[in-house]
Ligand binder design. Structure first.
Ligand code: GLA
Length: 675
């Protein structure tokens, strides 16, 4: 970080980007630059542009990042600069900058935080408010950051939309001269729209052009407002909470927002995605170095109808296929034999597991696998012992009906006694049993919550997860909310992977994975191979195709393996073995999208390419041109032994992108020395 006090300028630099903040008229902190790296001399030439955290009031008419009401009903912020602190990181560009501001009249302190991490192109930003006075202050909105992109003739937005079973559908379109709001009011980050967006000038491609993007590290409700004003300029503000929530900041109290991370890429959408993957793998995930095991999950095979012997049988089949961790999903606990009962009673169902979980876990361990369990700690069925003992723990409001979704209510996780209870129950399960993995689900949105619930609820979910991880260092957590309803940088900071979608139809999954990996890395993308016909779509697809799609993420098996033929099981075992060989490349490599239906992962000398037929009727006829190889390099196909020139692979493509009789192909290439 370089500070120029005369120019009232701070310049942050990452390996390929620069970010400049400059105080404008009346001390307002403004963006001066977000784009390629600049020298301090170049940055000095740029005037303060749009504000870093626009407040309402004065001559501002755009969406406010900050809306404050003081005790006397006066609103807004008039900026006064107090100073700054910089904590240096391991090299001169990295570290944490805090620009300290206050209101000119009222005792409100506002700190704008910026962080640059080693080797990452991400700028992490957040805001902290402090009431330094004796009267309460009402916060009507406090965003983490507003992001400004330079003036361009036009803009285009990229984001993902969806629903249960069709999460992460990519959308790219013009930015209207209006305010466009992406939001979740559901208390989780949401299936409908995920908390990230990308902006370009309408000219970026997969490999070329400027792309500005940002993703919010928050797993509750949130809002991002993209504003394109009358001058055609665009930028966005975003943070936690949906509109209409207010917070009371008592004397001496502070409010800190989640991190809103921005990434600028000079090399197209592919470049933006790779920078996100890199940043998340290095600086967000709690245990990036740990290989994601091949899991088996019993949900699609059994739903609520489970027993000890049936789980043991499934485990035997899973072990034969090479699975490394067996996960028993829903219905192992309390009186949970359907959606109607049992949530909240986190002990083994005595009818189903008369001797507890130990016999099953021993069996699984004896088969050489680790063991995992499904839990949904935030939920409770009215028909449960927990609800009978603590009806007051339910999230509800006086004089308001309690909304049930899937016959369940939520616990008020903003209460410390509820969070303590959840931690104690889960800790007991993990301490008393040999459990290496929790699938932490949340199958319903938040309803009947007061203003004071939304933020502490999520913070307590985070705190319970963080504490469990700290006390059980080998624990892996999979984040889930009825599929991919809670995938975000906040969840990824305390989980190892996300259950991407309940839709396991391989063909539809290609589109879901395409959207998911625009920001989130493949090592976090839980992907199961399930039965054919698919349980949701009824589609038939070959084992190889189902595997080739799931092998592009964190592979799992999720079908009823008891019904698989010997031939299918043998194919599964071969494909799992192959996956284990390519896993370091898929999970640790650079991802290149080769159109919509092919993906390349490259790590050092190794490259793995997946090609999927786009639909049962449309054959992939376009050549699959590889990327980022050395044109002068030689690459050996590990299956055929053929050696290809990098230049030819990049200009003419794979010689056999999709054999005539195949719906998919997996090509493994290794760079070999010239003879
Ligand atoms: C959610 C999850 C599923 C499964 C069920 C169990 O829908 O997304 O994978 O765990 O809950 O009830």
């Amino acid at each position: 970080m370089i500070h120029d006090p005369q120019a009232r300028l701070w310049l942050l630099s990452t390996p390929s980007s620069g970010y400049a903040v400059r105080l404008g008229p009346g001390d307002a902190p403004c963006n001066a630059h977000w784009g390629p790296r600049l020298t301090i001399e170049q940055a000095r030439a740029l005037p303060p542009d749009r504000e870093e955290l626009p407040s309402e009031g004065g001559g501002r008419f755009g969406p406010a990042s900050l809306q404050i009401r003081y005790g006397d009903a006066v609103r807004g912020v008039e900026w006064r600069h107090l100073g700054h602190e910089h904590t240096a990181g391991p090299d001169p560009d990295t570290g944490h900058l805090a620009i300290r501001m206050a209101d000119r009249h009222y005792p409100l302190e506002i700190t704008l935080h910026y962080r640059v991490r080693p080797g990452s192109d991400a700028i992490e930003r957040w805001t902290r408010l402090r009431n330094a006075g004796a009267e309460p202050i009402t916060v009507l909105r406090c965003d983490s950051a507003a992001w400004t992109v330079p003036a361009r003739e036009d803009y285009r937005m990229t984001h993902v939309v969806g629903d249960w079973g069709r999460e992460f559908q990519l959308r790219r379109g013009p930015v209207p001269e209006a305010e466009t709001t992406l939001t979740s009011r559901r208390g989780h980050s949401g299936h409908q729209v995920n908390p990230w967006l990308m902006l370009d000038a309408g000219d970026a491609t997969e490999d070329h052009g400027d792309v500005w993007s940002a993703a919010l590290a928050w797993s509750g409700s949130w809002r991002m407002t993209l504003d394109r004003d009358q001058d055609g300029r665009a930028g966005w503000t975003g943070g936690f909470g949906h509109e209409g929530l207010t917070w009371r900041l008592g004397p001496g109290e502070e409010l800190e927002t989640p991190v809103f991370t921005g990434v600028y890429a000079p090399d197209g959408f592919g470049g933006a995605s790779r920078r996100w993957h890199d940043h998340i793998r290095r600086h967000v995930l709690p245990a990036p170095e740990r290989p994601r095991p091949v899991i088996y999950n019993s949900w699609e095979a059994t739903e609520f109808d489970i027993s000890e012997t049936q789980q043991m049988e499934l485990a035997e089949r899973a072990a034969r296929a090479g699975v490394e961790l067996f996960v028993m999903d829903d219905a192992w606990f309390g009186g949970r034999t359907s959606e109607h009962a049992g949530l909240g009673d986190w002990w083994p169902n005595p009818g189903r597991f008369p001797n507890g979980l130990t016999p099953l876990i021993d069996h699984v361990r004896g088969l050489g696998m680790r063991f995992g369990l499904w839990v949904e700690p935030e939920s409770v069925n009215p028909d449960s012992d927990l609800h009978r003992a603590h009806p007051e723990w339910v999230l509800s409001q006086p004089n308001r009906a309690r909304t049930e979704v899937r016959h369940q209510l939520l616990l008020d996780f903003s209460r410390s006694d509820v969070a303590e209870w959840a931690h104690a129950r889960l800790d007991e399960l993990l301490t008393g049993n040999d459990i290496s993995f929790l699938k932490w689900d949340m199958n319903r949105p938040v309803t009947e919550a007061g203003d004071d619930v939304w933020i502490p609820y999520i913070r307590n979910v985070y705190a319970v997860m963080d504490r469990l991880r700290a006390d059980h260092p080998d624990l892996l957590i999979e984040g889930c909310a009825a599929g991919g309803g809670r995938a975000d940088l906040g969840m990824l900071a305390r989980t190892d992977q996300i259950w991407t979608s309940d839709n396991t139809d391989a063909l539809q999954r290609v589109a879901i994975q395409h959207g998911y990996t625009h920001v989130y890395p493949a090592c976090t993308m839980g992907a199961w191979v399930t039965d054919s016909p698919n349980r949701i779509t009824g589609r038939l697809s070959p084992v190889r195709y189902r595997f080739h799609v799931a092998m592009a993420g964190a592979l799992g098996l999720g079908g009823d393996l008891r019904s698989w033929s010997e031939d299918d099981l043998a194919q599964a075992a071969d494909l799992v073995a192959l996956y284990k060989r390519i896993r370091p490349v898929v999970h640790g490599g650079d991802l290149y999208r080769l159109g919509d239906c092919a993906v390349q992962y490259t790590r050092g000398p190794e490259t793995v390419v997946f090609v999927w037929q786009p639909s049962a009727l449309r054959r992939a006829t376009a050549p699959v041109l590889l990327k980022a190889l050395d044109p002068d390099g030689l690459y050996r196909d590990e299956d055929t032994g053929a050696v290809h020139h990098g230049a030819v692979l990049m200009s003419h493509g794979l010689p056999r992108p999709l054999p005539f009789d195949a719906m998919s192909e997996l090509v493994r290439l290794t760079r070999v020395p010239r003879p």
